[in-house]
Ligand binder design. Sequence first.
Ligand code: F1P
Length: 323
Amino acid sequence: MPVEEEIFSQPKELSRVLEFVSESKAHVLIHEKLRDADEMLFIGCGSSYYIGITAARYFTGKLGVKTTALPAGEFLLSADWNLAKSGNKVAFLISRSGSTSEVVRACEALSKMHVFTIGITLEEKSQLAREAELSMIIPIKEESIVMTKSFSSITLFLLTLAEFLSGKTDLLPFKELINVIEESFPAWQKEAQNLSKQGTHYVFLGTGPYEGIARESALKLQEMSLTTTESYSTLEYRHGPEALVEPGVVVVIYGDGEHEQALAQEIEGLGGRAVVRPRFLENYEDSFIQVIFAQLLGLEIAKKKGIDVENPRNLTKVVRLDG
Ligand code: F1P
């Protein structure tokens, strides 16, 4: 059962990512290429795009730099409508497989525009690794179609890169967060089991880097358990989508500040079920572990519905365009 094993192997795999960060020159090599950048682009598809949203917000928050996260398909269909002509840009192209057509084509298009390209992938021999001017191969393998440990691993790599660029090389806070996963698995699993019985429709909300986590959470439930989901920037939920709240709607809110608590109360008052997920650290360093709860929830809903998570409907491990 690769999906379940891969979800539960995250503490071990994430520790391996931290070893890679401290032993390799990855961050130093990237640092050299970012010196003159006015804007950093984070580009990917599906889960890898949501890693991009999380990373872009984190880089802006930690470094004060301009960032833009884009689905790679925007390059193919509407590049001129997304990118300003001015400014010195560096692009991170994120793809587990390194073979997703839109990402590879975005990489080619950016090189032609003289934007420096950095490929982040698990596959050394992929097209992305060959096309990008600098490639970082994250040393983990993932068998499943659905991205779980690759999401948290690539996210962790990028969060630690932002820390490194801000002058912080201490990985201890991240090591401690990895320990939190191990300790929390039983409680998270129990909560996921309970919640899997309560909803027919799930919504995920997050702000800042957590918005990327909310988007990925919604995708995980769709892919793993064929569930109807939505995701929004937290307070956007009050601007229309809340109309759908009724019994059977479960809203998971990442972050537990005053506004999140008030929103949760409001949702419960409307007959929905709201779950506030607490922060483990103040400044979104825990984004890479927050997503694990949604992976467990997807698994539990799939079990309940008798859905095979190893063979997600209408999904392939690599999505390619013809021609
Ligand atoms: C991204 C992606 C995944 C999705 C599925 C197909 O692939 O769209 O988000 O879950 O596995 O591929 P990649 O570009 O990261 O390889």
